[in-house]
Design a protein around this ligand. Structure first.
Ligand SMILES: Cc1ncc(COP(=O)(O)O)c(C=O)c1O
Length: 405
C-alpha cells in the first residue's frame, strides 16, 4: 500500500519534471550518506552497491578527503592554469609516482581524459611516429564505453549512445573485445593507438580472456602504437590492484583516470604518461579552465595518498573474493553468469526471470542500491570501505529477490 506520508514520490516526480530525461534513475531520493550507506528523504537507509559508478571507491565523505576539501575551501579554490597554484606540483608528482610515469595532464570528467588521450595520441602519431597528416587511426573495442562526447560516441557500438548524434568523427576502427587476432589485423602503418578498457564496466563488467592484455601490449610495442588504458572505472583500487592492467603485469603507455580520483567530491580526471608521449603538447594546444584546480588537486592528492598504502587494493581483493563466492552460489538460482574482479561484479539474470531494472527496483525495496545495464545484467560496485557483514547482507537480499521471482 502506498504510504502518503512519504516525501519520496513527490520529490522523485519533481526531479523528473525539471530535467531532460537522459537518465532513468531508481525512484529513491537520497539526502545524506556516510561510508557505504545512503539515507533518503524519508529516513530509509540503503547500502550503496554502485558507488557512483566507482567514483566513490573510498565511500561517501571519507574523513581524510572531506578534511582535505574543507581545508582547501578555506584557502583557495580556483586560479585557472593561467597562474600556478601551490597544490598543483604535489598532485602531479604523487599521481605520476603512483602510475610509474613522468607526467600528468589533469582534466575534469572521464570523457575529457579520453578526448585528451585521443588528441595526444594523434599528435604523437604525426610528430613522433611520422603518420601522414590527417591519416591517424585508433583501434577500439566493440562494447566500449569511454564517455559521451561526439567524438567518443562516434566509435561506440551501443545504438542508444550513438544513433542520431552524427556526423561522426572518423579515424577509429572497431574490433571485437578480447580477440587478439582481430586487433592485430586492424593495426596498420597509420595506427597511432589502441584505446581499451582493461575490463569493460558499462558492458557488464566483462573481463577479457587471460593473455589478451599482454598480447595487446606486445602488438603495440612491436608496431610502434601507443596503448591507452581507460582505467577511469577499473582503476584506483576497484579490482583489487591499483590498476586492472596490473593483474596481467601490463603497463600501458597512457593511463586514463577519472571517477575515484575526485574522491566522490569533485570531478577530477587525468592522463598520465611519459615525457616522450605527453611532451608533444605545447602551450595553447590543449587545456581546461577547471582542470587541475586547487580544490581538485587537494582532494585528488589525498586520494593518491590513500592508495599508496595498498590498504584499499587489499580490501578490494579480499572482500571481492567474498562477494564473488557469495554471488557464485546464486548461479543456477536466478543467475546464469557472474563476472568481475575485486569488488566489482556483473551478473546476468536468467532469461525471462525479470529485467535488470526490475531486479534493481526490488533490491532497492530491500535496502540495496545497484544498477542494471543492457537489459538483464546488474552491476555491483560497492565502496571499498564496505564490510564483510554488509557484503553478506547485500548478497542475501539479492538471493531473496531472485528466489521470490
Ligand atoms: C571506462 C570509462 N571511461 C570513461 C567514462 C566517462 O566518464 P565521465 O562520465 O566522467 O565523462 C566512463 C564513465 O562511466 C567509463 O566507465
Amino acid at each position: 500500500m502506498l504510504d502518503d506520508t512519504l516525501r519520496t514520490p513527490d520529490a522523485v516526480r519533481d526531479a523528473q519534471r525539471w530535467t531532460a530525461h537522459n537518465y532513468h534513475p531508481l525512484p529513491v531520493m537520497i539526502s545524506e550518506a556516510e561510508g557505504a550507506w545512503l539515507t533518503d528523504v524519508d529516513g530509509r537507509r540503503y547500502l550503496d552497491f554502485l558507488a557512483g559508478y566507482s567514483a566513490l571507491n573510498f565511500g561517501h565523505r571519507h574523513p581524510r578527503l572531506i578534511a582535505a576539501a574543507h581545508a582547501q575551501l578555506d584557502r583557495l579554490t580556483l586560479t585557472s592554469r593561467a597562474f600556478v597554484h601551490d597544490q598543483f606540483a604535489d598532485f602531479c608528482r604523487e599521481l605520476a609516482d603512483l602510475c610509474g610515469k613522468d607526467l600528468v595532464l589533469p582534466m575534469n570528467t572521464g570523457a575529457e581524459a579520453v578526448e585528451t588521450a585521443v588528441k595526444v595520441a594523434r599528435k604523437w602519431g604525426y610528430r613522433v611516429k611520422g603518420v601522414p597528416a590527417g591519416q591517424a587511426e585508433i583501434v577500439v573495442a566493440a562494447g566500449n564505453f569511454h564517455g559521451r562526447t561526439t567524438t567518443i560516441v562516434s566509435f561506440s557500438t551501443d545504438s542508444d549512445a550513438r544513433d542520431d548524434f552524427g556526423p561522426y568523427t572518423p579515424g577509429f576502427t572497431v574490433v571485437p573485445y578480447g580477440d587478439l587476432d582481430a586487433l592485430t589485423a586492424a593495426v596498420n602503418e597509420n595506427t597511432v593507438a589502441v584505446l581499451i578498457e582493461p575490463i569493460q564496466g558499462e558492458q557488464g563488467v566483462v573481463v577479457p580472456p587471460a593473455g589478451y592484455l599482454p598480447g595487446v601490449r606486445q602488438v603495440c610495442t612491436e608496431r610502434d602504437v601507443l596503448l591507452l588504458a581507460d582505467e577511469i572505472q577499473s582503476g584506483l583500487g576497484r579490482t583489487g590492484e591499483t590498476f586492472a592492467c596490473d593483474h596481467e603485469g601490463v603497463v600501458p603507455d597512457m593511463y586514463l583516470l577519472g571517477k575515484a580520483l575526485g574522491g566522490g567530491i569533485v570531478p577530477v580526471s587525468a592522463v598520465v604518461a611519459d615525457t616522450d608521449v605527453l611532451g608533444v603538447l605545447q602551450p595553447g594546444q590543449h587545456g581546461s579552465t577547471f582542470g587541475g584546480n586547487p580544490l581538485a588537486c587537494a582532494v585528488a592528492t589525498e586520494v593518491v595518498r590513500l592508495l599508496t598504502t595498498g590498504e584499499f587494493q587489499r580490501r578490494s581483493a579480499e572482500l571481492g573474493a567474498r562477494l564473488h563466492a557469495g554471488l557464485d552460489e546464486l548461479v543456477g538460482r536466478g543467475l546464469v553468469a557472474v563476472r568481475g574482479r575485486g569488488l566489482w561484479a556483473g551478473l546476468d539474470l536468467e532469461p525471462g526471470l525479470m529485467t535488470g531494472r526490475q531486479a534493481c527496483e526490488r533490491l532497492a525495496e530491500r535496502g540495496v542500491l545497484a544498477k542494471d545495464t543492457h537489459g538483464a545484467t546488474i552491476r555491483l560496485a560497492p565502496p571499498l570501505v564496505v564490510t564483510e557483514a554488509e557484503i553478506d547482507h547485500a548478497v542475501a537480499q539479492l538471493a531473496a529477490v531472485l528466489s521470490a521471482a
